[in-house]
Design a binder for this molecule. Structure first.
Ligand code: FPP
Length: 234
């Protein structure tokens, strides 16, 4: 069983177009999938679920679509608070959260604070998130610590970088799922996915469901994770 699942939720727009609907309605349907998959992960005893909800590059989309996504996010957090608390989910977020509209930041902060004592699934939304920006931000912190004499250049190692990521407690995902068929990582969790098992489905995010999640988990269970080493069979 994977302890940490990360998902690139792609294909909302294509799903909507396929149904003859406006792109944004794909996001709306996609938020239903977020609910279903989060509840299922909590029921399965998965420890962490980290969803790519808005990338740094998504700011380049038309203002209408960005506004729709921000509203959807705010509504989702308000509507799902009951479910979050009932399912003992701890909610967190990573990314350039300061770039989000004040109204979204407020509900984010409230939901994070409200669920801080929960002990079940940790649900993390990556918002205004980019993996390269996360690494550049960590490098900036290291440079400041070195300049201030708090850190010796010789002590800059993997642990020093990991400790300066947006959420140092965010463990490496065991399984990275991507919907919508593209074979790329799109600047997602670049540091943390070094040894993640990658599983891609052609299915668009709005039609991703429990059964497909189980299929991904079964595929993961069949993988031989060697982390660069050899095992008895090899
Ligand atoms: C990719 O689809 C998806 C996004 C850019 C945003 C993901 C947002 C959601 C799943 C809904 C809201 C989330 C929450 C947590 C309430 P795309 O638009 O890039 O699809 P395309 O590749 O078909 O154009």
């Amino acid at each position: 069983m994977p302890r940490h699942i990360a998902i690139i939720m792609d294909g909302n727009g294509r799903w909507a177009r396929k149904q003859g609907l406006k792109r944004v309605l794909g996001h709306k349907r996609g938020s239903r999938t977020v609910r279903e998959i989060t509840t299922e992960c909590a029921a399965l005893g998965i420890e962490r679920l980290t969803l790519f909800a808005f990338s740094s590059e998504n700011w380049k989309r038309p203002k209408r679509e960005i506004d729709f996504l921000m509203n959807l996010l705010r509504e989702f957090l308000v509507e799902e608070r009951g479910e979050i608390m009932e399912n003992d989910i701890r909610f967190t977020a990573i990314g350039h959260l300061h770039r989000l509209p004040e109204s979204v930041r407020q509900v984010l902060d409230e939901t994070i604070a409200m669920s801080a004592g929960n002990g079940g699934l940790v649900l993390t939304l990556a918002l205004s998130y980019g993996g390269r920006a996360e690494l550049a931000d960590a490098a900036k912190m290291i440079a400041a610590d070195v300049a201030a004499g708090r850190l010796a250049p010789a002590d800059v190692d993997e642990a020093a970088v990991a400790a300066r990521l947006y959420d140092p407690d965010l463990t490496d995902p065991d399984l990275l799922i991507r919907t919508g068929g593209e074979m790329r990582v799109s600047n997602y969790l670049l540091w943390q996915i070094a040894y993640s098992e990658f599983w891609v489905t052609e299915r668009f995010w709005p039609e991703f469901d429990r059964e497909l999640l189980h299929e991904a988990i079964r595929a993961f269970a069949g993988r031989d994770r060697r982390y660069g080493a050899l095992t008895d069979e090899t």
